[in-house]
Write a protein that binds this ligand. Sequence first.
Ligand SMILES: [Fe+2]
Length: 341
Amino acid sequence: MKFGRLFGLATVGAMLAVGQAHASGEINLYSSRHYDTDERLYSNFEKKTGIKINRIEGKADALIERIKSEGANSPADVLLTVDAGRLWRADQAGILQTAQSDYLKNRVPEWLRHPDGKWYGFSQRIRIIFFDKDKVNPQDLTSYADLADPKFKGMVCTRSSGNIYMLSLMASMIAHKGEDGAKKWAEGVWSNRARDPQGGDTDQLRAIASGECAIGVSNTYYFARALRKDVSGLDKAAMSRIGWVFPNQATTGAHANISGAGIVKTAPNKENAIKFMEYLASDEAQRYFSAGNDEYPAVMGVGLSESVAKLGIFRSDTLNLSALGENQAQAQRTYDSVGYK
Ligand SMILES: [Fe+2]
């Protein structure tokens, strides 16, 4: 475990001699996740299987670039990251291979995994609508389409359109409404903006609390995290002002995304990599993996952490998440075509 931690501290670009560590009994995990509970997740796997995890942490796009540049000699076995749009990019870069596993197929819902098993989702983050309870009647705000309703002029805040979460949301709009419908939606949301996009998801929540925005869009885990622990700008009073709605419950379901992983095409420890992926889908690992980032488990029937349970359950969009990647370039073009910054 100490060895694993060492690699955990290595930065991308600091080329440690992990390439020499190809012996059986280990896997090399390239991860853009780093939560405290992940330590338990990994040490439990090591205890159970005797397979040592060497971790290399970095930003997703940098890890993908690194695996590409390492080429056939890459020590990488598993790439673990967030957002199906990024996993799609990794697959497009040709660095992933199919993981054949009936267990994974049975455990991970069909829409949360690549159709050919190039990647699997292990936790869910849902992109939902938050609102100022003093200014918005939740009955008026039940769908993503409502964000574009002129009655919310000057009230809506989002982060910038180039962000992967916004691209994935738009990609799902394109899948459901077609390019024209998605463009009209973007136009409406843009003209309803309370301000030009700025900051991350937590900043949209802060802006609701401060009164700058009446409505915001954020992934569920940012709000659940602020329920669980102190987040600056989101104290108890601020949080009590913010309501939330899982959109499209009567139609397509709420836009879901994942943290997920795929096996690297040149994986030197493929069998161990499959064991690791299967472990991530186990009940025990699902609890740690999802709770570590206040996310929903990917596997049905696994219990929710306390903060996530407060957000409640929802009906999910079952659009296969590979559509988020396939429509990613068009998503940016659609935002750009209406001047959505
Ligand atoms: Fe995030």
